[in-house]
Ligand binder design. Sequence first.
Ligand code: BMA
Length: 308
Amino acid sequence: MLVTRYQYNPVLTKDDIPYPVSTVHNAGVTTYNNEYIMLFRSHKMNGRSILGLARSIDGFHWKADEQPFMEPAKEGIFKKYEEFGVEDPRITFIDGEYLITYSAYSRHGVRIGLAKTKDWQQVERFALITEADYRNVVIFPEKINGLYVRLDRPHSEIAPWSIWISYSPDLRYWGDAQRIIAPAPYHWDEMKIGPGAPPIKTDKGWLNIFHGVYPTMDGSVYRLGVALHDLKDPSKIIGVGDDWILQPEEPYELTGYVHNVVFTCGAIPENDGTIKIYWGAADTVMCAGTAKIDDLVNLCLNNSRPPL
Ligand code: BMA
């Protein structure tokens, strides 16, 4: 097994949150000073999502802050595009600040907001960095060839929903987009794929943990897979693991608000060659697990399917 579940999963549920929410899921994660930080999505009782913060010393035992961290904006351009909620945050630490990319839902569709924080107290919205019909934006933790780099997943009625790459000099204006990984027909990810955790640097390439969706007679199944991107040119795919690395198997993954879902927005590399990986289970609770980075890299190198 490539991912070992933490034995006391789930690690965070609605019962741990000091304000009323009906779910805790799809959290971005990072570290700050001596703490792990988890920025989780919660449905409020009106069905719309907000982002809450939890902190941990060991990455497994979490305590939520008293108040939500981000709710739909009350003013400016962000108010217009967040009125239906904020969802599925990813966190990247770069140039001394934390970048938070999140889905902003409104009557105009779903687009991606970029907010920044330095201290996990104050947060400042920076820009809306896509037009409508984009989700799952992850930003690389380093500039490459002088540019910020991101992966994302536009919606498409024409091509299967795929992973794209694009670049920016300033985090605001993005371009030179290319489609780099597509769903594979009659495969566990055949319906759609999307970036999950912000890419992790390894000596063999950038490790991209993504989600893939398979349609069944009983609804969609969300699983996780891995791809490896060239360190100097991440639009080049070294390999895409043919097998999934995690699928819904435990009761809290098989049943819940949306059954058969494991969905990641973040993983944290540790000094011992492992990662801690976090996933929302059944859109209801947060789970944690560990994996060896070499095992995930080797899957991409030794058992790869074509990226496109
Ligand atoms: C996707 C997103 C995720 C969610 C998943 C499973 O389309 O909405 O936020 O976890 O579906 O419901």
